[in-house]
Design a binder for this molecule. Structure first.
Ligand code: CAA
Length: 687
């Protein structure tokens, strides 16, 4: 009997699929059925449980019961795997008696990335087949492995190059013919051959220091240990309890939101447009950003031409790309051959005319309006018709840049984040006249680069830098009113950021934003609060780590921040100059002020239509600014706390400082009993 799972796009094991499989196994009881082959239509064997069902009332049949029923079936059940057999999909396969896969297939347990564990017997069946060490690596790292590796580990039984279904049917026939007893994973003891090594692997995994906010790895270790210590049925019960705890945890809710939000971000009004073909790209500007972008483009298989103003700068830019390659090779992320191939696809020139054949150019010169406008005027002259003209500006008006060209429909913002190789975010900035296929090209390119794209409208700072500015303003007000940089940083690390805002500022350098503030000084709204602490630090030559001093001081050659009495003096002088009596702020108030400032700005960004939906703002903060992923993003965090609490706190603080005035959207949401997530759902329905 052949059972085909058909639930596009990834054959997720939703209630209907589970019911279908349940019925199919029931039908296999028919004496005429000799064996069952389970395979999937479309691009993949099930890529997991249906994530959208988590947190909702469970619908029968449960996946664990289904897996047990498959395993208990007295007819041979063969799984034929292709694509990405992940999570619950791989658990279904492990419950089958034999597994055969296409060589290109990948299998694995990515549940940990969603803050949960394999909850359909995976923690009990996998270690019985492959032992603790490998099962733990698979489940704790959450990275898929290829079929031949899984076969070497004993997790699958055969690999074929093609004709998967035919081969699976042949294999089933052969095994039925042989008449050997069925191999049930739950009864297998191969992985227990070395119980001492098994326990040693458990101990070693427990000894690793892990983020206390993420409970899943610890529970995985417990379950894998239980596999050795408890009878199979009890182990399944143990796994079930751990799974249910984790599904209900804050971390899992945040991580699931992050996963679904990243996918939802791709649902854009331009999704129907066909992206333009991009094979050859140009990058103008070989600084840190330009070199990073060029390296990313090379990594995605494109031909890249780097353009710089003169030979010296060009050599420096190419040198930066070389350094990035060198680092990638040292860290094992790039092979020597691949490096060679990428280098062969790289060219450099000091003449923009060299970009005549490029399908796309990304301008990444210094953030200066006149300079960028000049580059765009020149690009308009040299680029072929139909080429995409992108700017990596972080703040400037993309409409203004489009306007200097005769082809505004081809102009788009592609805002990458530094360091490009580490930051997954690209803001795709759609200007007033950007053509739908150009926006779609930005999204397609980001996907090709392995990055996540979020659509943003034109405004000063788009989504991310506007959120960052609000966060920094909240933090700066805290400093001016009495907090120390180290207190703010510690509170935000406690919240889950890897670094606080002043550690980040010292690392990035204070001079760039100082230059920007000086440039914008004349256009600043005098009615708005301006905190001048950063200016005072820069005036004292404190540009951050690179000068050994910023918000902190750094010992020669060290990157460890130390509190500096000189900064305390500067802070005190600023407070006195403004007649502020310093007070102490507790950790909770610090993090609330920083978070609520972001939420308030997010509400304004939404009201202005700069972001399509709240979850896009979350994605920006998670993928581009180090917001703790397990919290799901600032808008998700606000939903959890309750909009009323956020608004009331803002209103209280606004009595002394208008910066905190709640955005009108928050008041409307309270009146209508709405959450940000309601808007995500509505947007999802529209697209
Ligand atoms: N449930 C529901 N929807 C899913 C899904 C899942 N497990 N996996 C993917 N999708 C959806 C995506 O949301 C996306 O939807 P839209 O088209 O509406 O945007 C669509 O499938 C395609 O996904 P991608 O854009 O991610 O496609 P891709 O080709 O880049 O990647 C993939 C495919 C590798 C399967 C990737 O989607 C992925 O990693 N999925 C998650 C796998 C996973 O975590 N599985 C474990 C689930 S938990 C579980 O199974 C628990 C258990 O033990 C019971």
């Amino acid at each position: 009997m052949i059972v085909t799972i058909d639930n596009p796009p990834v054959n997720a094991l939703g209630a209907e699929v589970r019911q279908g499989l349940w019925d199919a196994i029931g039908a296999a009881e028919d004496p005429g059925v000799k064996a069952v082959v389970i395979h999937a239509a479309g691009r993949t064997f099930p890529a997991g449980a249906d994530i959208r069902e988590f947190g909702k009332p469970p619908a029968d049949p449960w996946l664990p019961d289904l897996c047990n029923r498959i395993e208990a079936c007295d007819k041979l059940v063969v799984a034929a795997l292709h694509g990405t057999a992940l999570g619950g999909g791989f658990e279904v396969a492990l419950a089958c008696h034999t597994r055969i896969a296409l060589a290109s297939a990948k299998v694995g347990f990515p549940e940990v990335n969603l803050g949960i564990l394999p909850g359909a017997g995976g923690t009990q069946r996998a270690p019985r087949l492959c032992g603790a060490q490998e099962a733990l690596t698979l489940m704790i790292e959450g990275k898929p492995i290829d079929a031949p590796t899984a076969m070497a580990m004993g997790l699958i039984d055969g690999v074929v190059e093609e004709d998967l279904l035919e081969q699976a049917i042949l294999l089933a026939g052969m095994l039925v013919e042989e008449g050997k007893p069925l191999r049930r994973s739950g009864e297998c003891r191969d992985g227990f051959r070395d119980p001492i090594g098994y326990e040693a692997a458990i101990r070693a995994a427990r000894a690793v220091k892990r983020d206390p906010n993420l409970p899943a790895p610890g529970r995985i270790i417990d379950c894998v240990e239980a596999a050795l210590l408890l009878p199979f049925e009890n182990g399944l019960g143990y796994e079930r309890a751990a799974f249910e705890d984790l599904v209900a945890s804050e971390a899992s809710a945040g991580l699931r939101h992050a996963f679904l939000s990243e996918r939802r971000a791709g649902h854009i009004p331009e999704a129907h447009a066909t992206p333009r073909e991009i094979a050859q790209a140009g990058v103008v500007g070989g600084g840190l950003m330009g070199a990073g972008i060029a390296t990313a483009l090379l990594g995605a298989g494109l031909h890249v031409t780097l353009v710089e103003a003169d030979r010296e700068r060009l050599a420096a830019g190419l040198g930066r790309i070389d350094d990035l390659h060198e680092r990638a090779v040292k860290r094992g992320r790039l092979s020597a051959d691949a490096r060679e191939a990428e280098w062969d696809r790289l060219g450099g020139t000091t003449d923009l005319a060299g970009l005549g054949a490029a399908d796309l150019v990304i301008e990444a010169v210094t953030e200066d309006e006149a300079l960028k406008a000049g580059v765009f005027r020149d690009l308009d002259r040299v680029m072929k018709p139909g080429a995409v003209l992108a700017t990596n500006t972080s703040y400037l008006d993309v409409d203004d840049l489009a306007r200097v060209t005769d082809r505004p429909a081809d102009v788009v913002g592609l805002h990458f984040f530094s360091p490009v190789q580490a930051m997954r975010l690209v803001e795709v900035v759609a200007a007033a006249k950007t053509a739908p296929e150009v926006v779609a090209t930005g999204f397609a390119l980001a996907k090709r680069l392995g990055k996540v794209a979020v659509r943003a409208g034109v405004c000063d700072g788009f989504i991310g830098n506007r959120m960052l500015t609000a966060y920094r303003m909240a933090a700066d007000i805290l400093l001016e009113e009495g907090a120390a940089p180290a207190e703010v940083d510690a509170a935000m690390r406690d919240f889950g950021f890897a670094m606080g805002p002043y550690q980040v500022a010292d690392m990035a350098g204070l001079d760039i934003s100082w230059a920007r503030r000086k440039r914008l000084a004349d256009s600043r709204d005098p009615a708005q609060r301006y905190v001048a602490i950063a200016d005072r630090l820069c005036e004292a030559g404190r540009f951050g780590q690179k000068t050994g001093a910023g918000y902190y001081r750094y010992a020669e050659g060290s990157r460890t921040p130390e509190e500096d009495p000189a900064v305390a003096d500067i802070l005190q002088a600023e407070r006195s100059a403004r007649g502020i009596e310093p007070r102490r702020f507790g950790k909770v108030e610090i993090r609330q002020r920083c978070l609520f400032a972001m939420v308030n700005e997010g509400a304004k960004i939404l009201a202005e239509g700069i972001a399509l939906r709240p979850s896009d703002i979350d994605v920006v903060m998670l993928a581009g600014y180090g917001f703790p992923r397990w919290r799901g993003g600032p808008m998700k965090a606000a939903d959890r706390l309750g909009i009323l609490q956020v608004r009331n706190a803002l209103r209280g603080w606004a009595a002394d400082e208008p910066f905190w005035t709640p955005a009108p959207m928050l008041n409307d949401m309270i009146k209508n009993g709405r959450h940000f997530d309601d808007m995500n759902a509505e947007e999802a329905q529209k697209s």
